[in-house]
Design a protein. Structure first.
Length: 71
C-alpha cells in the first residue's frame, strides 16, 4: 500500500529531509513527534516513510506499507 501527500508550500531545505523523521527536531512551534511516529509505525510493519521534493514545489511524503495476501 502506498500513500503520497504533496504540497506546494516552501518545501524542505536540502539536508533536512532525514531530520524531519527524528523526534523533537521541530523549530516551528510543534512537538516534532508526528512524522517520527508515522515513520516508526511504517517501519514496525515493514514499510517506510520518505520525504522528497514535490513536483508542485513543496514537500512530498511517501508512506509505504507492504500488504500481505491471505491464503
Amino acid at each position: 500500500m502506498d500513500g503520497t501527500v504533496d504540497d506546494a508550500g516552501p518545501g524542505v531545505p536540502a539536508g533536512r529531509t532525514r531530520s524531519l523523521l527524528e523526534r523533537f527536531p521541530s523549530g516551528a512551534g510543534s512537538t516534532g513527534l508526528g512524522l517520527s511516529i508515522a515513520a516508526w509505525v511504517a517501519h514496525a510493519h515493514g514499510g517506510s516513510l520518505t520525504v522528497a521534493t514535490s513536483a508542485r514545489g513543496g514537500a512530498r511524503f511517501l508512506l509505504r506499507i507492504p500488504v500481505q495476501k491471505r491464503p
